[in-house]
Design a protein around this ligand. Structure first.
Ligand code: WTA
Length: 654
């Protein structure tokens, strides 16, 4: 697990105390208060969460059982009736927040739109009626394949309102990937747009939906299309409808459906160690509570904050911390369609200045890209409105942390480095900005109510400073409930890797970590066959399956290679079928093939043609050696178990 940057992280010992004024107004004001809260929560997690659920959320009907834990299956707030769209919208309408900005949206070309809570509520109710009119019922699944426009959030909330589960598919996924996900979820309706603006180009989303449906998605009976780019699209009679047409005549009266706390809220696909992405299942009550509390305490939200998370709604970060967490708290959430691009590399700083953003949440890969572009861009804008910063998606190297702290935060803003996953629903390990002194590169300590540890394969805690597996020891409200349609895979992937200890089941996240002598966690990255490219999770097997689906490829092995900006990049070793020969054109063709199969995020950075791959005598590919070769390092470890040692020489030469 060790690598040079990890070593540099481990020698990091700078400590940044919460700024004075900050601690005074924060919900949790000191380290002592944090520890007291965490201890109380750990002593009786069910009571801790029940108290918060009662205080913080609206329930149509109270629960009878806080937690029903049949390892590894958890149910929270059993018997309770709730609706997350009600908690995000309706309950703010009888308060002064009625006319507060709920969503501030900025489009890539510079157009913008602001929706108050009352306006957002109205749009959501209308869309909920549109969906009902298209035959969507409680329990149905709706696919959302959208650019970053307000309609994406409206669509999610409209589904939640009527009890349909959404499955948002990131707009960068290909038609092929879209088809697989829609089929797995058996979606009834797909909501999309004619296109989206990204990096000064138009992404043809509707065309991708058409292609996916032509490939065969029998469950889909209707498609709803937002007009965004005004590009030419073909509309299939009877199947396809314009969003604005149906919305214009829809009633704005739609009471929120009373959902069971454990009813399906959404499915979100993420990569694992096999070729098939898994549908992570989240339910209603526990997810609402946990994203609400983590947003409230970790972002220390105040009513005059302007909060901006730069993620895409296609990822869990967009679900939990652009839409549900902020709106449940009655906060103002900014949504931006664009990403830094050649025509405007400093666009993020423009948005911060324009809206007076006070809380900014982004990814280490973005920060590293900004460092490369130089300090001039952020320094050319007024960033003095910022008071709190956050990062997510991958370990942040201390150098990037320091730059973020100094150049963006003006040395006055605490940084919360939030460790969590699609599966966990919300932050698991994070500083609380008024309480936790931070160390650059450490996500610090678990959120109150989360019992996390670093253990060996037998589940025994490892001594401070030693590497091990990051685990969670007690169920928490927003934990994934299962893999959609595959309980066995859920059990196998997350709960069997590390044996139960004294009957206690350990959730294994797939990450390696160390805990230091102060109890701070240092997450070091995935220890399974998942790679993290610019904060996006990809399974090596997923990319391998895409490669071998090309007629020229006989065998493929994919590993991650360190990349200065992306964190990791995809490096593929490919063995060609006999009748094909290696060429640069073929390399380009194969890269393009992966883009077609999965999406641009999976484009291999490098393809290396090989005659053979290093294998053990039993035929298993020795990925460790491939990782060494990809990074240009010496082969580490014993090569004597290899079937044919000359393979390594050939790969080194070739
Ligand atoms: C990694 C994104 C270190 C980790 C919310 C995890 C992190 C995977 C951090 C989940 C962090 C996320 N420090 N590593 N602060 N945040 N990761 O499901 O490897 O897209 O397992 O969820 O990202 O990625 P996912």
């Amino acid at each position: 697990m060790a690598s040079p940057t990890i070593e540099s992280i481990l020698h990091e010992n700078r400590l940044f105390a919460p700024p004075d004024g900050f601690a005074q107004t924060a919900s949790i004001k000191s380290l002592e208060e944090y520890h007291a809260l965490a201890e109380r929560a750990a002593a009786d997690p069910a009571a801790f969460w029940a108290e918060l659920a009662q205080q913080e959320l609206h329930w149509f009907q109270p629960w009878h059982t806080v937690l029903d834990w049949q390892p590894p299956f958890a149910q929270w707030f059993v018997g309770g009736k709730i609706n997350i769209s009600y908690n995000c919208l309706d309950r703010h309408l009888n308060t002064w927040r009625r006319n507060k900005a709920a969503l501030i949206w900025e489009g890539e070309p510079g157009d913008s739109r602001t929706l108050t809570y009352a306006q957002l509520h109205r749009e959501v109710c209308q869309m909920a009626n549109v969906l009902k009119g298209m035959g969507v019922q409680k329990g149905d699944r709706v696919g959302i394949y959208m650019p970053m426009v307000p309609e994406a959030a409206i669509a999610m909330l409209a589904c939640a309102r009527i009890g349909a589960a959404h499955t948002v598919i990131f707009g960068g996924f290909s038609a092929e990937a879209l088809k697989d996900r829609l089929n797995d979820a058996e979606a009834k309706v797909v909501i999309t747009a004619d296109g989206g603006f990204r990096k000064d180009k138009v992404i043809p989303l509707k065309a991708a939906v058409d292609q996916a449906l032509e490939g065969g998605v029998p469950s889909v009976s209707g498609v709803l299309v937002v007009q965004r780019t005004k590009s030419e699209v073909s509309m299939v009679e009877g199947r396809d409808h314009w969003w604005h047409d149906l919305q214009a005549t829809a009633s704005a009266h739609c009471p929120a459906e009373e959902m069971d706390a454990e009813d399906l809220l959404f499915i979100l696909y993420t990569s694992g160690t096999t070729g098939k992405p898994k549908g992570v299942v989240h339910t209603t009550g526990g997810y609402n509570l946990y994203t609400h509390m983590t947003f409230k305490w970790a972002f220390d939200i105040k009513d005059n904050d302007v909060y901006w998370c730069t993620a895409d709604v296609g990822w869990i970060t967009g679900h939990s911390y652009i839409v549900y967490g902020p709106l449940s708290n009655g906060a103002t959430t900014v949504m931006y369609e664009g990403v830094p691009r050649p025509s405007n590399p400093g666009c993020f700083w423009d948005v911060i200045e324009k809206y007076g953003v006070t809380i900014f949440y982004t990814a280490p890969t973005a920060i590293r890209a900004f460092i490369k572009m130089g300090d001039e861009l952020p320094k050319a804008r007024d960033l003095s409105s910022l008071r709190l910063l956050g990062t997510v998606g991958e370990p942040i190297n201390p150098e990037a942390w320091m730059w973020y702290h100094q150049v963006v935060g003006g040395e006055r803003c605490p940084i919360i480095d939030t460790w969590w996953q699609t599966e966990t629903g919300g932050f698991m390990i994070t500083p609380l900005p008024g309480a936790t002194p931070t160390k650059p590169g450490s996500a610090t300590m678990p959120f109150p109510g989360i019992v996390a540890d670093v253990v060996d394969l037998d589940g025994a805690p490892v001594p401070p400073g030693e590497g091990g597996y990051l685990v969670v020891k007690h169920p928490w409200p927003s934990m994934m409930r299962t893999v959609y349609g595959d309980d066995a895979r859920y059990r196998r992937t997350y709960w069997e890797h590390i044996a139960p200890v004294n009957g206690q089941h350990l959730y294994f996240a797939g990450d390696g970590a160390r805990k230091d002598a102060d109890g701070y966690f240092w997450v070091m990255g995935r220890v399974d066959d998942v790679i993290n490219v610019s904060g996006h999770r990809l399974g090596t097997m997923e990319v391998e399956s895409a490669l071998v689906s090309h007629p020229a490829v006989a065998e493929a092995a994919v590993v991650g290679r360190k990349d200065e900006v992306k964190g990791e990049d995809i490096y593929a070793f490919v063995i060609l079928e006999g009748q094909y020969s290696a060429s640069d054109e073929l390399k380009q063709e194969l890269k393009q093939h992966v883009v077609k199969e999965i999406g641009a995020i999976a484009r291999p950075g490098e393809i290396k043609f090989a005659d053979a791959l290093p294998k053990t005598r039993s035929g298993k590919i020795i990925r460790r050696f491939l990782r060494n070769l990809a990074s240009g390092e010496a082969i580490a470890g014993d090569a004597s178990t290899m079937e044919d040692q000359s393979v390594l020489d050939q790969l080194r030469r070739g």
